[in-house]
Structure formats: C-alpha cells, structure tokens
Design a protein around this ligand. Structure first.
Ligand SMILES: Nc1ncnc2c1ncn2[C@@H]1O[C@H](COP(=O)(O)OP(=O)(O)O)[C@@H](O)[C@H]1O
Ligand SMILES: [Mg+2]
Length: 292
C-alpha cells in the first residue's frame, strides 16, 4: 500500500525557489530520506504533507486521503517533527506534551513517559529555560508518543549531539520495525546511511534522483589517500593506476575506486611499504555531482 503519494507537486515562491513538479510515492513500512542542501525545498514539501500548505499544482495524498482537505484526520496518525521547532515558553515540557496528547485524544500517556525517560528529560522543567537540544527532544517525544503510523521528520538530528543522534536513530528504527512508515529530510549524507531504504535527492526544488540506498552505497567510488615509505612505490603504482592523482614530494597517491576493485587495489598496495592509508570523505556535493 502507498502511504504517501505526492503527484506533480508545485509551489513556486519566485526566483526559482520552492518545489517544482515533484512526484514521490512511499510504501507502507519504508524509510525514505529526502536529501538535499539548504534551500532545496525539503521543508516546503514536508509542510504540504502535513496539510499546512495548499499545493499550487499537483496533489498530495496520505493514507489515501487528501493532505490539504483532510489534514485533521491525517494528523492523528502522523508524528511530525518540524524543521524549526517553536514551543510555548510559558509551559513545562510535561504540560506541553499533555496538551498535545489531549488535542490528539490520546488516552494512554505511558509511552510518552517512557520516551521522557529514554531521552533523560526532566519533564517538570520550564520550556523557557531549556537549551535548543532539550527543546528538540521534547519535540521528538511529541512526534513519537502516540505511536503514529507515519513519521514526518524534518532534519531531525540537526540539533542533537552524537550520543542523542544515535538514540534518536535507534528510536526511528524501533518505530519502523513496529510498522511505521518514515520520511526524514537531511542535508548530510552520512546521517542517513544506516537507517534508510531509499533516498530521494532534491535540489533547487526538483527531485533529481531516487534510488535504493544499497545501490548508492555500492555504486559510490571511494577515495583513499595512501602514503608510502619510499618514492619507488610510486613508480609501480603509476603503472598500475595511471589515472590516480600523485603527490610525488610526499610519496602519496589519491585513489578512486569502486567496491568491486578493492581486491585489486589491496593486492597492488601490498607490494610496497605503506605508511598510512586514510579515506577521503566525499561531501554531499560530490554525491550529487555524480547524478548530473
Ligand atoms: N513562505 C515562503 N515564501 C517565500 N520563499 C520561501 C518560503 N518558504 C520557503 N521559501 C524559500 O524556498 C526555498 C526552499 O525552502 P525550504 O523548503 O525551507 O528548503 P529546505 O528545507 O530544503 O532547506 C528557500 O530558498 C526558501 O528561502
Ligand atoms: Mg528545511
């Protein structure tokens, strides 16, 4: 079953800003990551999914209902974590969550209590005095506490420290295992690697590519820097890898290769005395460039 069906969605803010003719279909149980640089149109798309924005063109359907006209019904089954979190300053974390629970007609607050515990939140603390990360955690609890069928998470890990990021990703995985469909936006590729099934890449409001994450992982060329103990090694390496980049003065080579070429590379390297080897991280930009 398709949980989300975005069909030719367009929202034109002028100056090439907005979302243009985006179509995405997400199946029940999928974890879909909407990946793109700042300003690409991720939050705009998310707001249409929540029914906060009316499409200029196209349609957005969730659970078979129209996201704009049936937003009230849809929202009960959705957990939304906005990109920009704004919580009422005059409440405590607990009173805020209780208010949201009441609005949703939630009867059982036990999972919320469990989540407060999990994130080590002091529920009695006033929101006004909370750090950005703390507010983020409250917003996460609000998004997950009713065990929604669909999670819409807009750059969920951006304000979290590494430990919390891990806890958060574990929580997403747990929800997904229990059956929740997840759509999560991010501008950092490394962040999405573990959890997701499929990636949609958006840039300047256009969906430029969709692919299963496994495919992306294996299709990537990786880049390694290798430094040898002596200059002789470079002579042999240049014969084996004429297209690599060489830094003769440092006895270094920068090698790009695919997973399928790993054994060949290792066999060549093992002929020489290697000082060190390190992976050169690809930036998101590099990943995008491969699809132009
Ligand atoms: N209400 C709006 N009015 C005008 N421009 C907007 C509005 N909302 C977003 N934009 C612009 O549209 C582009 C996409 O924004 P957004 O969806 O927030 O991107 P992302 O979440 O990927 O960073 C940005 O250039 C942003 O400045
Ligand atoms: Mg955004």
């Amino acid at each position: 079953m398709d949980v989300i069906k975005i069909s030719h969605l367009t929202k034109d803010y002028g100056d090439n800003k907005g979302v243009f003719d985006v179509s995405v279909t997400i199946k029940q149980g999928e974890v879909y990551v909407y990946l793109g640089p700042n300003g690409a149109g991720k939050s705009t798309t998310m707001r249409h999914l929540m029914g906060f924005s009316k499409p200029q063109k196209g349609t957005v359907t969730i659970f078979g209902m129209d996201a704009w006209t049936q937003q009230k019904e849809i929202q009960k089954r959705v957990g939304y974590l906005p990109g920009e979190i704004a919580l009422p300053n005059d409440m405590t974390g607990l009173s805020y969550l209780k208010m949201i629970a009441k609005m949703r007609g939630m009867k059982d607050f036990s999972y919320a209590t469990e989540l407060l515990d999990y994130f080590e939140i002091n529920p009695k603390a006033g929101i006004k005095r909370m750090s950005k990360g703390m507010k983020q955690k409250i917003a996460i609890v609000a998004a997950f506490m009713h065990k929604p069928d669909l999670l819409l998470l807009d750059e969920p890990t951006s304000g979290l420290d590494p430990l919390m990021q891990k806890k958060f990703i574990d929580l997403v995985e747990r929800a997904n295992k229990a059956g929740a469909t997840v759509i999560m936006s991010s501008h950092i590729f490394e962040e999405v690697d573990k959890t997701c099934d499929r990636i949609g890449m958006i840039r300047q409001g256009k969906l430029i590519k969709e692919l299963p994450v496994d495919e992306l992982r294996h299709a990537q060329t990786k880049t390694f820097k290798v430094e040898f103990a002596s200059a002789e090694a470079l002579v042999g390496m240049k014969k084996a890898f004429p297209n690599a980049t060489y830094r003769d003065s440092q006895n270094q080579v920068i090698l790009d290769f695919k997973d399928s070429e790993t054994n060949h590379v290792l066999a060549e390297l093992s002929k020489y005395d290697v000082h060190f080897i390190s992976e050169e991280k690809h930036t998101l930009e590099d990943y995008f460039m491969q699809f132009y």
